[in-house]
Ligand binder design. Structure first.
Ligand code: FAD
Length: 485
């Protein structure tokens, strides 16, 4: 009747499936988070996500203490370890003499391997590993076609998802009611370490509008619920506060997906268009998770195999183009501003993720996997399923992707979605004085206009590294190999 809850991408105590199951089953329950050396060691020493996790754990620790204290239990709190995840969990399970470990499903291939190893090692110690759904509303085989197969097109998936949805699936797990089983932290077990103790340095996280932990998620949610009714109109304009900015919280589970889906669904049923469109984005999230579950080959390979026949640009010139893309020096202002956004903040607006991914694959002819890896390293909200889905969508190789002959024009995207160039000016001050009608394509400006804006093209801001019309023609040729399946 002793249990351990192993937190991973579910960093909260409220509405928590694994914690609830443990509290129901055992009389003494501890919670642990392991900073896994296998994940942390290869990272650069400044990583906003490590800092976000560390700060969030402080919040989880406080939530656990408060929950236990409300039942008269003092000294409860999160146990935190730093080492090889499986070895730490097994050692802790032995030390605490637990019969069971509870955790949430994580369907990323590396996590599945880790959990299989943990299950085996725990079994040797006589401990059972119980895992359950927490991260998504529907997972794995829960939403299938009538023939019993996996969906590969979003709209019918979404219709089946909505049809299956009943209040049961969005109900919160009432953790507080059972929290009397939370046990004091054993003497000698460490709580949340300082960032420096983990071998990491501070980033600019605290200067960003990304408060951490369950309390940070609540703050962002409260703000978003005040404007969710306008989401459908505002979401595509990067200069506007349109989206929720909750992606990092969803990634690390500092907020419950059931809570968010409930808020959206209620408003949708009441006829709110913004909430309906936002719920649809949460369904995309589930969609890509089930794609990864059913088709794990998408990690490293095109969803549609014929797209692996494409010969991407490579060699010195392609490397130079890739560097220019990473550093925001392509000469296309919207692309460059977007790359400055991800480099400076770890966030990029959804519309811009589509624009820069299209630019890399279809203007520069560079393999989507290189862009995917760059995003994986830099995005605060990096999520394998969503990132891979997004990249394969843009490269046209994915499940329900954009057709390959649809190629975004980076200038018209800019004129349409940043018409007053407020976003561009925020990240590219060198262009700030160009008038609205010239700023989207500075190379078309007359010398007199450039001079008036104090801009020396090729000095203060680069000339375009490719010609979009030429690149478009080359891309259509490059993609011709996919015809005929
Ligand atoms: P909101 O508009 O408020 O959306 C709410 C939530 O819905 C998001 O937080 C996210 O969890 C989910 N969501 C929204 N759009 C999508 C989508 N297209 N696919 C899956 N889930 C979605 N999202 C990630 O969470 N992690 C990634 O690593 C990631 N990589 C991407 C890469 C590319 C090339 C593209 C085109 C998209 C990617 N997305 C990714 C999806 C989307 O861009 C982000 O989820 C969104 O911009 C996050 O901002 P937000 O929370 O303010 O979004």
């Amino acid at each position: 009747d002793r249990a351990l809850v192993w937190l991973r991408r579910d960093l909260r105590a409220d509405d928590h499936a694994a914690l609830y199951h443990a509290l129901r089953a055992a009389r003494q329950v501890w919670c642990v988070f392991v900073f896994d050396r296998a994940i942390l060691d290869p990272l650069p020493r400044r990583d906003r996500r490590v800092e976000f996790i560390r700060d969030s754990l402080v919040g989880v620790d406080a939530e656990l203490r408060a929950l236990a204290a409300s039942h008269g239990v003092d000294g409860a709190g999160l146990i935190v370890r730093h080492g090889q995840a499986v070895a730490e969990i097994v050692a802790l399970a032995r030390a605490l003499h637990v019969q069971a470990v509870y955790a949430s499903h994580d369907d990323e291939p590396a996590a599945l391997t880790r959990d299989a190893a943990a299950r085996g090692a725990l079994a040797e110690a006589g401990v059972v590993l119980h895992t359950s759904k927490d991260h998504v509303v529907f997972e794995r085989e829960e939403v299938l076609t009538q023939a019993g197969g996996a969906f590969s097109v979003f709209t019918p998936y979404k219709n089946a998802w909505l049809k299956k949805l009943t209040p049961f699936y969005l109900k919160a797990y009432p953790v507080a009611r059972h929290a009397s089983a939370l046990a004091p932290r054993p003497p000698g077990e460490a709580g949340v370490p300082a960032l420096e103790d983990l071998g990491f340095e501070r980033t600019n996280l605290h200067q960003l509008k990304l408060p951490s932990g369950p309390a940070g998620a609540q703050e962002l949610l409260d703000d978003f619920l005040g404007r969710i009714d306008r989401y459908h109109e505002a979401r595509d304009f990067p200069a506007v506060k349109g989206p929720s900015y909750l992606s990092t919280h969803l990634r690390f589970g500092t907020v419950s997906i059931r809570r968010l889906a409930r808020e959206a669904h209620q408003r949708m049923v009441a006829g709110q268009r913004g909430a309906e469109v936002w719920l649809s984005e949460l369904v995309w999230r589930d969609f890509y998770h089930q794609v990864l579950h059913h088709h794990p080959h998408v990690v490293g390979h095109a969803f549609r195999p014929e797209y692996d026949r494409i010969r991407w640009a490579h060699g010195k010139a392609a490397d130079a183009h890739f560097d220019a893309w990473c550093e925001g020096r392509t000469g296309y202002p919207l692309v460059d501003a977007a790359m400055h956004q991800i480099n400076q903040t770890g966030y990029m607006h959804n519309r811009l993720r589509m624009v820069v991914a299209s630019f890399l694959t279809k203007d520069l002819g560079i393999d989507w996997r290189r862009g995917e890896a760059y995003f994986a390293l830099h995005l605060n909200d990096f999520d394998l399923a969503a990132n891979n889905g997004g990249w394969q969508w843009a490269a046209s190789s994915g499940c329900d992707a954009q057709p390959y002959f649809r190629i975004f024009n980076p200038v018209s995207q800019s004129q349409k979605f940043d018409p007053e160039a407020r976003f561009i000016r925020r990240y590219l001050p060198a262009l700030a004085k160009l008038p609205d009608k010239l700023i989207h394509a500075p190379w078309l400006a007359r010398p007199v206009d450039l001079a008036a804006a104090g801009l020396r093209l090729g000095v203060d801001y680069p000339e375009p590294i490719v010609d979009h019309a030429e690149a478009r023609a080359q891309t259509l040729q490059r993609y011709a190999v996919v015809k005929g399946g």
